[in-house]
Design a protein around this ligand. Structure first.
Ligand SMILES: Cc1cc2nc3c(=O)[nH]c(=O)nc-3n(C[C@H](O)[C@H](O)[C@H](O)COP(=O)(O)OP(=O)(O)OC[C@H]3O[C@@H](n4cnc5c(N)ncnc54)[C@H](O)[C@@H]3O)c2cc1C
Ligand code: FES
Length: 278
């Protein structure tokens, strides 16, 4: 094994310097990180990294920025436990361990030339944003683009400024809905499934990419199938508790597949028998 192969090993932990931290909502912060030594993360949209803090532990976190964004990458982290809590206490200038990029990412070559419908529920917008910004930066390689976003309430909405840019673009169809809102909310109120019937699409050339909480998948997929989108053109990104992140420990199995190595992005045909258990 030469030095380059050793550096590329999925077990190799690189040091990442936090360049900037932003509070996004009450429980989510975004982190702008650069690998020390000027190394590029060189990821595909949909991949994740294992973030580690010595003495605390590690956790898989999606890469939220597009690879078209050079020089640094972005993570958006919800504070739910040990690692994420410790990360939320960190500031610009601190360093974390970064292993990866890991996992397969979205099938970009397959998506090229086709119409795309992105369906993001809650924190699902975090990994999807990487692909959406990649598509927007390479817009001529893709057909029609629709982005459907659902949140519990307007206060839980992430990336406000970026959402406004997507909404303003003439080559993107953007809709957002919230489960409930104060009377001053002027947008849609209802589940994300309520946005799907209104999308004008050619089912033969539309790929749907769905990311959200487990409870969402079954209902969204029923709506997509009702629009005659073929099962083989529905992709989703899934989460499982992970340890190794590279298909060795067996912690993250979904049916016969490992979420860390064979996923986290799966075609619906591959996981449809496990959809009830997600
Ligand atoms: C591919 C992938 C991408 C992800 N991307 C993101 C992201 O972009 N942003 C983000 O905020 N989160 C993301 N997550 C989720 C994140 O990895 C988890 O929230 C992580 O476990 C938090 O680690 P922690 O040490 O802070 O929490 P922990 O202290 O481990 O606890 C978190 C919660 O999970 C429970 N838990 C922990 N281990 C287990 C287990 N083995 N079985 C059952 N329950 C358990 C705990 O009881 C607690 O409720 C992603 C997960 C995956 C698999
Ligand atoms: S986390 Fe070890 S096999 Fe997936």
């Amino acid at each position: 094994m030469d030095k380059r192969e050793i550096r590329k090993s999925p077990y190799d932990i690189k040091q990442g310097k936090i360049l900037d931290v932003k509070q996004m909502t009450e429980s989510e912060k975004s982190f702008k990180i650069a690998l020390q030594g000027g190394d590029l993360l060189d990821h595909d949209p949909g991949q994740f990294v294992m973030v580690s803090i010595p003495g605390i532990g590690d956790a898989p976190i999606s890469i939220s920025s597009s690879p078209t964004q050079r020089g640094y990458f972005e993570l958006v982290v919800r504070n739910v436990g040990k690692l994420t809590g410790a990360l939320h206490k960190m500031e610009a200038g601190d360093t974390v361990g970064i292993r990866g990029p890991l996992g397969n990412g979205f099938p970009i070559r397959l998506l090229e030339g086709n119409d795309l419908m992105f369906v993001a529920g809650g924190l699902g917008i975090v990994p999807l944003r990487s692909l959406i910004n990649y598509v927007n930066d390479n817009r001529r390689n893709f057909g029609k683009v629709s982005i459907l976003l659902g949140c519990k309430s307007p206060t839980e909405m992430l990336f406000h400024e970026e959402l406004s840019h997507w909404e303003e673009r003439l080559d993107v169809n953007f809709s957002v809905t919230v489960d409930s809102a104060a009377p001053d909310w002027r947008g849609n109120v209802g589940m994300i499934t309520s946005l799907i019937p209104g999308v004008d699409l050619d089912s033969k050339r539309t790929f749907a990419i769905v990311v959200g909480p487990p409870v969402m998948y079954k209902f969204v997929i029923n709506e997509l199938l009702a629009k005659n989108i073929p099962e083989s053109q529905i992709y989703m990104s899934l989460e499982r508790h992970m340890k190794c992140g590279v298909g060795v420990c067996g912690h993250c199995q979904i049916g016969g597949s490992y979420c860390c190595k064979d996923g986290p992005v799966f075609c619906y045909t591959k996981v449809k028998n496990n959809i009830e258990a997600l």
